[in-house]
Write a protein of this length. Structure first.
Length: 314
């Protein structure tokens, strides 16, 4: 039987959080979420009658509240953030407070026996060397303010011994709090709506992973914490280190009349172009399984549903 823990999740109403919280509650862990509900009030409403779930509406910048909530937890999973480069560029001061200062504060509040699982972006690798895999040992070279706040936050959290950091690939798939600004989700949305994808820097390559696999890697970390701790891990689907053009071609297989156009006059502000190796986490026993094709089919079904409303980060 799996041991049941007290788990505190900030940003638990978000894209990743709402999926993770749902499964942790289902397993029987006692889950407390702190979220200021920036985007939606409903992403956790399906859990409101569950006795092992509590939602606190508030900010991670409220230190008194945070201190109180962290006190009796076995695990802390900080997911609250201003997520993505455009949002951080729009609110730079808030981005630094939420993405970095709140993480430093969490570290200061933690007792030695408590455990933390952090999520950061693999965009910290910036521009990779052509045809080379980025491993956890590769130099971090974040281009955006978002990437910089996350890289610094990881450095801070890893000073705490009982910590794990996951460097996540770009996530895709359906969630209770949907994001259509993420690359796969966005391409499928655009392709479905306008039957046309205009690609700039089509050869730029990055790694992807389904949100259900993200949920699984957190559960894996909770169950195998001592084997994994004090380490950072890339987490992505190893068969999906794809260029934008190959991603677009996969979408075209499902939308036959899709036109793919290349715009050579525009630059990608994100500058992400790299292969990512996920071997370190795979050697520990976790492997992502949901394919890009699964995701495209699921996204098309979701977007076609009459209930779907677009809710972006900016
Ligand atoms: N989605 C991805 O592709 C991806 C990739 C790598 C890393 N991550 C990391 O995973 C985490 C979650 O990302 P997501 O995609 O779920 O984003 P999201 O925007 O859906 O979720 C962030 C959540 O944080 C909450 N929040 C924002 N400011 C807050 C504050 N001051 N106090 C309390 N709550 C606050 C928001 O309401 C939201 O529910 C982030 O830390 C992000 O950096 C995400």
């Amino acid at each position: 039987m799996t041991k049941k823990f007290n788990i505190f999740i900030t940003g638990g109403a978000g894209y990743i959080g709402s999926m993770l919280v749902t499964d942790l509650v289902k397993i029987g862990h006692v889950v407390t979420v702190l979220d200021n509900l920036t985007y939606t009030k409903n992403s956790l409403s399906h859990l409101k009658k569950k006795k092992n779930f509590k939602l606190i509406v508030g900010s991670v910048l409220n230190k008194t509240l945070m201190k109180k909530l962290i006190r009796n937890q076995d695990f802390v999973i900080p997911l609250a953030g201003l997520v993505g480069a455009p949002l951080c560029d729009k609110y730079p001061k808030l981005a630094k407070s939420v993405n970095l200062s709140s993480i430093i504060f969490i570290r200061k509040c933690l007792k030695k026996s408590q455990k933390v699982i952090f999520a950061t972006t693999n965009s910290g690798y910036g521009i990779g060397k052509k045809n080379k895999f980025c491993t956890e040992k590769s130099k971090l070279n974040p281009i955006s303010l978002y990437g910089r706040t996350k890289v610094k936050a990881e450095k801070e959290i890893m000073k705490f011994k009982n910590s794990i950091s996951f460097r996540l690939a770009t996530v895709f798939g359906k969630s209770y709090r949907m994001r259509t600004d993420l690359l796969v989700n966005n391409f499928v949305w655009e392709a479905m709506k306008s039957k046309k994808l205009i690609l700039f820097e089509p050869h730029f390559r990055r790694n992807y992973i389904h949100v259900k696999d993200i949920v699984q890697v957190f559960i894996f970390a909770i169950n195998n914490f001592n084997r994994l701790r004090s380490n950072v891990y890339n987490v992505g689907l190893s068969s999906a280190n794809l260029t934008k053009l190959s991603l677009a071609k996969k979408i075209k297989k499902k939308i036959k009349n899709l036109k793919i156009e290349i715009n050579n006059n525009k630059n990608d502000p994100d500058k992400r172009d790299y292969f990512v190796s996920n071997k370190k986490i795979e050697k520990k026993g976790f492997k992502a399984v949901f394919t890009i094709e699964n995701g495209i089919t699921e996204l098309l079904k979701t977007y076609k549903s009459s209930k779907f409303k677009i809710l972006n980060n900016y």
